[in-house]
Design a protein around this ligand. Structure first.
Ligand code: MF3
Ligand code: CO
Ligand code: CO
Length: 264
């Protein structure tokens, strides 16, 4: 999301690589479903991290974030005003919290990256609306991914939709090529211009991971841990992420283990 290999080229994956990335993405998606039933008031984010980590390791994979540029944990868990890179810890979930769990797996050397939102107990209507709009932002972004279309169309559609509800789109963190490495070219901005940027070609794999803020777009990084990105105004933020494969026809959402997207 932050540390792209600048200057490197977009990797068009071989069929063999695609199958590896597919398996890893499915494992990452399944991990999100494994942890879901544990999310309730009183549970620490560290405990949720432990559940994810055990499942990933039981499946002969590794969590990609641990040690990545010094990141200290196996997942990112971002609660309420945390935009992304929340570090699992002693925080106990409370009624009304919203959170994103972000899992990146390395299976047989291949990376899969996905995240989704969860709710704790009863949340406000306003929080639910932010989550629903963010999920739709990801869907609209994914819809732009077909040969001949361009990367800029993703951010154009996402920004148009999110701002129509008075929300703002985080521009300091982006989606990214993924599969052979954690963060590859291209960078996928969630605020962009129609028709701009790289053209999609079959065999490209990348993430789309819009972060949508209820208030201002800006973020601030926690000075103590150097990772946790919070909204500048303390308002809520939501995020969903999938790993996508461009095909000859419609995009193949590799991490969609819930059957929410049609298969090409
Ligand atoms: N999984 C995050 C992403 O979607 C990246 C986390 S990088 C870390 O790109 F270093 F914070 F772990
Ligand atoms: Co990502
Ligand atoms: Co991620």
């Amino acid at each position: 999301m932050v540390f792209r290999d600048k200057g490197s080229k977009i990797i068009i994956k071989t069929d063999e690589q695609i199958e590896g990335i597919r398996k890893s993405s499915i494992l990452a998606g399944n991990t999100l479903n494994i942890v879901a039933p544990y999310i309730k008031p009183g549970v620490t984010t560290d405990f949720l991290n432990k559940i994810c980590t055990e499942y990933i390791r039981d499946n002969h994979a590794k969590p990609a974030t641990l040690g990545y540029h010094g990141y200290p944990k196996e997942t990112c868990i971002s609660v309420n005003d945390v935009i992304c890179h929340g570090i699992p810890g002693a925080y106990e979930l409370r009624d009304g919290d919203i959170l994103n769990v972000d899992v990146t797996t390395i299976l047989n050397g291949y990376f899969g990256d996905t995240s989704k939102m969860y709710t704790v107990g009863n949340i406000t209507e306003h929080a639910q609306k932010l989550i629903d709009v963010t999920k739709e932002c990801l869907r609209l972004g994914i819809q732009q991914c077909y040969p001949g279309s361009r990367v800029g169309n993703i951010g154009y559609e996402i920004n148009k939709y999110a701002t129509s509800f008075g929300y703002s789109v985080v521009y300091e963190f982006c989606g990214h090529g993924v599969g052979i490495r954690f963060h590859e070219e291209p960078e996928i901005s969630h605020v962009d211009e129609k028709g701009k940027g790289a053209e999609f070609k079959p065999g490209m794999t990348f993430t789309i991971e819009p972060m949508i803020n209820a208030g201002k777009a800006r973020c601030k990084i926690d000075r103590k841990d150097g990772w946790t990105a919070r909204t500048i105004d303390g308002k809520l933020s939501a995020q969903f992420e999938h790993t996508i494969l461009v095909t000859d026809t419609i995009p193949d959402v590799l991490s969609d283990v819930d059957g929410e997207y049609p298969k090409p």
